[in-house]
Design a protein around this ligand. Structure first.
Ligand code: FE2
Ligand code: FE2
Length: 376
């Protein structure tokens, strides 16, 4: 890469472009607005066109639309931008979660792609915490069926681990709220951050191995299975600072225990039942659910009702029967679809592995024309 290109890249990474229709009017703008004033594609020159703290009006935005192809906000003000968007009355929950995902990707990318240091991890933890905070507000607007539909429409990143970490984080918050509707903000924050970081230990695992579809060699699978321990070790470093409102010990347990099975056949430590922290058991449900309902380049996703059926076949083995039942009956209550197939999934299924084909057994059942118990 030439120095010129790398300077351009550095500069571009210091700003991010925003959609003009998401800019808030009639409030004090909590971030600065910039344009690229250079006509030379090779050279970027950002100039501030509207200062933080001033109030924009609709007519200003109309003027910007006529004059500029794109507006930018400094990376350093990304959190302020996201928070004002999440509080906005005019933006839709879909627009808000697009922006949340964008921000989460940015933090995860720093974590997975930069040379790893405790400083990089501390910055990413703080960034993810504030993203999860926005997530908690927006998730209030979706039930879990809507959330799943919505997740399937969000843009996909090339690197599956980013999408997966963000999805699992959202599902952890949503499932915990189903199980405990009066959950405190702190515990939701801990659940969401734990979900976002649950696969942190994949940082040092080669991408080709993470993305390898089909059968892994025993040696390769063993490396992949090290990720809960590796993640726990990274977080256990004395220099890592967990935000005050988050329970660091629980986040570590989520990371370490999310592949433990209810019957003790999981890894890394083969613990069982209630020895696995409740949020790690919830993360296991979220991890499993996302792995089979989200489209990956290797296998087609299955519907939400079929996913619940497939997961049911592992209850008492992989999944906690009580937590699963609350989750499954909640979905049954709010889902509109009529179930047509009964599925089971092989006990060997591991949510952290890519599959060319999910190891499902399908039992075709006649179409059930009964009205579902409750339609929305
Ligand atoms: Fe994992
Ligand atoms: Fe995972």
């Amino acid at each position: 890469m030439s120095t010129k290109a790398s300077n351009k890249d550095n500069l571009l990474h210091s700003y991010f472009s925003i959609s003009m229709d998401l800019i808030q009017v009639d409030i004090k703008l909590p971030y600065n607005l910039f344009v690229n004033a250079s006509s030379n594609e090779e050279r970027l020159h950002f100039v501030r066109i509207f200062p933080k703290g001033e109030t924009l009006q609709k007519i200003d935005i109309e003027e910007f639309c006529k004059k500029y192809p794109r507006l930018y906000v400094p990376e350093a003000e990304r959190e302020e931008y996201l928070q004002s968007l999440v509080k906005s009355q005019t933006c839709t929950p879909e627009q808000k979660s697009e922006a949340i995902k964008d921000t989460a990707i940015k933090h995860l990318d720093n974590l997975f792609n930069k040379e790893f240091t405790t400083e990089v991890l501390n910055d990413a933890i703080e960034g993810c915490r504030s993203t999860v905070e926005s997530m908690i507000e927006v998730i209030n607007e979706f039930d879990i069926v809507q959330l799943q539909e919505h997740i399937s429409k969000l843009f996909f990143h090339d690197f599956y681990t980013y999408d997966h970490s963000i999805n699992v984080s959202m599902y952890c918050i949503s499932i915990y709220k189903i199980i405990n509707p009066s959950a405190s903000r702190e515990i939701l924050l801990t659940a969401g951050l734990g979900g976002m970081l649950h696969d942190l230990g994949k940082i040092n695992i080669p991408t080709h191995l993470l993305n390898k579809p089909g059968k892994l060699e025993p040696k390769e699978f063993k490396i992949l299975q090290e990720h809960p321990d590796r993640g726990n070790t990274l977080l256990g470093n004395d220099d890592i600072q967990m935000p005050n409102e988050v329970d660091a010990e629980i986040v570590s347990k989520i990371i370490l225990q999310h592949h433990e099975n209810y019957d003790g056949t999981g890894y890394p430590n083969g613990i069982s039942g209630s020895s696995i922290h409740i949020l790690a058991r919830i993360t296991a449900i979220a991890d499993f659910f996302d792995a089979i309902t989200t489209k990956r380049s290797y296998h087609e996703p299955i519907s939400i009702e079929e996913a619940v059926e497939a997961m049911r076949s592992t209850v008492n083995k992989k999944l906690d029967p009580n937590l699963f039942e609350v989750f499954a009956s909640h979905i049954k209550k709010i889902s509109n679809s009529v179930k047509t197939r009964k599925l089971s999934i092989d006990d060997s299924f591991d949510a952290c592995r890519p599959y060319r084909e999910l190891p499902l057994t399908v039992e075709e059942k006649p179409i059930n024309n009964d009205t579902p118990e409750k339609k929305k």
